[in-house]
Design a binder for this molecule. Structure first.
Ligand SMILES: C[S@@+](CC[C@H](N)C(=O)[O-])C[C@H]1O[C@@H](n2cnc3c(N)ncnc32)[C@H](O)[C@@H]1O
Length: 284
């Protein structure tokens, strides 16, 4: 069998396909990264060349090969307490408004927080730790934390809750001791209580069918995903979040991400800790 190569035309075809499915458009600078993974999968599946592999990828009913490829192509970089100021904003500013709205309407329903993308779980677990440590009202409210990612392997790892020293390096030591136990090989296992506090789901933010299941959310954390999207995918994400949120609900983005440029759907709210986005309208 000759050496498998990816031509410029193959790359373009794949790039378009991946963009439509996942919302991420690979720039020419990512060519080496993409080619390497494509060739790996062509060889692993026994396809003769890119053409045969691409045909299978597009028409395979189970979607398993696409999922495998997505898992290989996604960037899962994350760590505990990343961009901590937003968790401070959650407990000091955002939740005060959310609970006031619910109290005014005598709504006893849970406060629903959605962290998408979760990657390996550091972000949703950081939210739980922050609530337990800094939000005394947690005693009076039922809080549901849902966390989602497109990468099926990373979701398994999030459920497992096993972390490297690098992942927990910004966690204060007393919190590390309180919520984790060291395991052989220098890793840390997050406590069972925290693991059961987060519901992890594997979904694609660009898939309207997946997204229909997320409604009546009070706060969305979507950090360090929109940087990989173009304006059109960002606009679609903004619309998805709008539909998922309760009126008055909030969206927190990563520090280098902004929605004001792409969407007029949300109000910009400047809290002392962070700038966040709010769905207008009266809480129902
Ligand atoms: C860099 S991580 C961000 C994790 C975390 N929010 C943080 O800020 O540390 C980006 C994650 O986005 C996920 N992702 C990429 N495209 C996605 C999509 N269309 N829907 C859901 N998740 C996606 C990747 O699998 C990856 O785990």
């Amino acid at each position: 069998m000759g050496k498998i190569t990816i031509s410029d035309e193959d790359f373009q075809k794949f790039r378009e396909f991946f963009y439509r499915k996942v919302g991420i458009q690979f720039e020419a600078t990512k060519r080496y990264f993409v080619d390497k993974r494509l060739i790996e999968r062509i060889e692993a599946t026994g396809a003769k060349d890119f053409r045969e592999y691409f045909m299978m990828l597009r028409f395979e009913a189970s979607g398993l090969e696409l999922q495998t490829l997505v898992n290989l192509m996604t960037v899962n970089e994350t760590y505990f307490f990343r961009e901590e100021y937003q968790f401070q904003c959650l407990v000091n500013s955002i939740l005060g408004e959310v609970t006031k709205n619910k109290k005014d309407k005598k709504d006893k329903k849970p406060i629903r927080i959605w962290s998408i993308p979760s990657s390996s779980g550091e972000e949703p677990y950081s939210i739980v730790i922050y609530l337990l440590e800094h939000w005394p009202d947690i005693e009076h409210w039922d809080v549901e934390i849902i966390s989602s990612d497109i990468d099926s392997e990373i979701i398994k790892s999030a459920r497992r809750g096993l972390y490297s020293a690098r992942s927990v390096q910004y966690l204060p030591v007393h919190l590390l001791n309180k919520y984790f136990k060291p395991v052989a090989g220098g890793s840390y296992q997050i406590s069972e209580d925290l693991r059961s506090a987060v519901e992890f789901t594997c979904v694609n933010l660009m898939d309207a069918d997946d997204m229909r299941n997320y409604r009546k959310v009070d706060v969305i954390f979507c950090r360090n995903l929109l940087i990989y999207f173009d304006d059109q995918s960002r606009r679609q994400a903004a619309e998805t979040f709008f539909d998922a949120l309760n009126p008055g609900g909030f969206v927190c983005l990563g520090h280098s991400e902004s929605m004001s440029r792409i969407s007029s759907l949300f109000r910009v709210r400047k809290f002392p800790e962070a700038i966040v986005y709010q769905k207008p309208g009266e809480y129902l």
